[in-house]
Design a protein. Structure first.
Length: 368
């Protein structure tokens, strides 16, 4: 009987030096299959329903009809836009938790344009103006915490998070100011009769312009981060501030510039939500998507093309969970548990992509 080296732990956690792309995607696929298996067991044990019927209902809820397909695509595009906006900031290791506020500020200036300029400008000019103003508003909202971080080293997580609450109060004030009808505590559908400022239908689809804008941003951000000098500076600053200084990179300039870009794109998402989706503004316009986009950005490792798939998956799960609750008379908690199991397994797969388990071996080389 061989002697075991008891000074070593039975199992050790070691960070991987690298992993091939096929193997990493294999781990993710296994995680999804495991999630479906666990969710199926949960469904059967709690509801006695056939898991296959539940998964079919999820599909029907997200993609069952042409209208549902476009609504899923529409919502995925808004989430993708926010995720693309977070990508440069997070790659720089600047934790922009303020996307919710940046969306609301972009949405407020868009609603202002629709309300006060809709009668004097044609829709194409108005849409361009709203896009520009939402970009500027979001950029300014993102620059403020960046300046404090660059100059005085403040905690950007707390700063951007607190600015969300400021943006909520500004939005609440705007809703009270533009209330329609009086006493409703809502703005109502803006320009419902004239549809001035609404996205026009292209290719016969009301939401096709949303797709064109966001996919253009996705390609542009990928090229910016991967091939531009500024993208290289973002990567270096994210790896090490000291290395960036030795390379002659001015940290404050990169931080402020990158957060201006991040805030601008999140502000543009507010423009998409107000002009291209809801045609109104409220404190729920962001709808928590600023936080969901953090998951998308991290899972995609800041690769905007992968963000397309993850955004679609999360929206698919959300729509599917709603359909499950409706079709099988389940409460929202049961459907959310299913979504949570799937997300947990997907996020957990990233752990095994970045780390591996090494078991203690016997002296002869065999594992214990």
């Amino acid at each position: 009987m061989s002697t075991v080296r008891h000074n070593e732990p039975f199992v050790r956690l070691v960070k991987r030096d690298g992993i091939s792309r096929p193997k990493s995607w294999g781990i993710r696929i296994v995680a999804v299959l495991l999630a479906l298996l666990i969710s199926g067991l949960f469904i059967y044990s709690v509801t006695n329903l056939n898991p296959a019927d539940v998964y079919k209902a999820m599909y029907e809820g997200a993609l069952g009809t042409s209208r549902r397909q476009w609504i899923t695509i529409r919502d995925a595009m808004v989430l993708l836009c926010i995720s693309v906006g977070l990508a440069p900031a997070f790659k720089m290791r600047f934790w922009n938790i303020g996307a919710e506020g940046q969306i609301l500020i972009g949405g407020c200036v868009t609603a202002w344009c629709m309300l006060y300029l809709g009668a004097s400008l044609p829709t194409p000019a108005l849409i361009i103006l709203m896009a520009v103003m939402s970009l500027v508003a979001g950029a300014l909202w993102g620059i403020l915490p960046a300046i404090f971080k660059a100059r005085w080293g403040t905690n950007e997580t707390l700063f951007t998070l607190m600015m969300n609450y400021v943006a909520i109060q500004i939005t609440s004030y705007c809703v009270a100011l533009w209330e329609n009808p009086s006493g409703s505590n809502t703005v109502g559908i803006i320009n419902q009769q004239t549809k001035v400022g609404w996205f026009p239908a292209i290719f016969g689809q009301s939401y096709a312009l949303n797709v064109v804008i966001v996919l253009a941003l996705t390609v542009g951000m990928f090229a910016y981060l991967k091939y531009s000098k500024q993208g290289y500076e973002i990567a270096v600053v994210g790896e090490s501030h000291n290395t960036a200084r030795y390379a002659g990179i001015k940290l404050s300039r990169v931080i402020i510039r990158t957060m201006a870009i991040s805030g601008a794109i999140c502000g543009l998402a507010g423009f998409l939500a107000v002009s291209g989706v809801d045609h109104t503004i409220s404190t729920n316009t962001a709808g928590g998507r600023g936080f969901t986009a953090i998951i998308v950005a991290w899972l995609a490792q800041f690769n905007t093309f992968i963000m397309v798939l993850i955004s679609f998956l999360l929206v698919f799960l959300q729509k599917g969970a709603t359909e499950i609750a409706s079709q099988f008379n389940l409460n929202d908690f049961a459907s959310e548990v299913i979504t949570g199991i799937i997300l947990f397994c997907i996020i957990g797969s990233e752990f095994f992509i970045n780390y591996k388990l090494i078991f203690r071996k016997k002296k002869g080389g065999a594992k214990v």
